[in-house]
Design a protein around this ligand. Structure first.
Ligand code: ADP
Ligand code: MG
Length: 215
């Protein structure tokens, strides 16, 4: 039994649950697992995803091991709120891509009695907190941090390392572009590939060698 399942069952009051972690840590799998259980309990459920994430399917949420469920793409947090009507449970995948309005939207939906389950990357590839995630985690009743398997050591991976070049922090990708790394390996390869190579310095406006994560 997971720590989450040992919590009291949901009553009439809404709540916010955040599932956070690096790429490949099983956030989408866990989101879908919770949503499936709500479906079994005959609750009205709707999954949302940001429109920009069309990597695997436009109208589905898909995990890296191909678990999938139907989802409604929305352009921003206002569109998401407008699309919610009678649901008992809503799921949101890739919530880090939403605008900051998503924090108030999640709170308003939870205040209405809806169970709001969101999954997202806690850190970007530079190791900086990602978009609305820090505040979502602060407002949530329940926070679950997941870890992937480090591609180098087999240990617990907390970081998503971007292997490919690209512009900006947001770059959609999968195993070809990103790999999960533990702290020790991430620190070594990030400094080698991004800080010494000045990529991180350019993107964060910080001098090479300065810790981009303190942003
Ligand atoms: P996330 O949403 O956190 O990116 P997913 O739920 O989509 O993760 O995918 C999790 C699945 O990814 C795992 O069950 C496993 O099959 C696969 N996977 C691929 N690479 C890794 C890795 N390095 N560590 C853990 N799982 C991985
Ligand atoms: Mg995912």
């Amino acid at each position: 039994m997971s720590a989450f399942e040992s919590l009291p069952p949901h009553g009439p009051n809404g709540s916010i649950e955040v599932i956070a972690g690096p790429m490949f840590s099983g956030k989408t799998e866990e989101l879908l697992r919770r949503v499936r259980r709500a479906v079994l309990a005959k609750q009205a459920v709707q999954i949302f995803k940001p429109e920009r994430d069309d990597r695997y399917a436009k109208l589905e949420v898909v995990s890296h091991d191909d678990t999938r469920m139907q989802a409604r793409p929305v352009s921003d947090s206002s569109a998401l709120e407008a699309a919610v009507s009678h649901e008992d449970v809503i799921g949101v995948d890739e919530v880090q891509f939403f605008d900051d309005g998503i924090i108030d939207v999640c709170n308003r939906l939870a205040d209405r009695g809806i169970r709001v389950v969101v999954a997202g990357l806690d850190l970007d590839y530079r190791g900086c907190p990602f978009g609305p995630m820090p505040l979502l985690m602060a407002h949530a009743e329940y926070v679950t941090k997941l870890h992937a398997v480090c591609c180098e050591t087999g240990g617990r991976a907390h970081f998503s390392f971007r292997m490919s070049d690209g512009d900006g922090v947001v770059q959609l990708g999968g195993t070809a572009e990103y790999k999960a790394l533990c702290r020790a390996v991430y620190n070594k390869v990030y400094v080698r590939d991004h800080v010494q190579g000045t990529k991180a310095g350019e993107e964060t406006g910080k001098a090479a060698g300065e810790n981009a994560r303190s942003k």
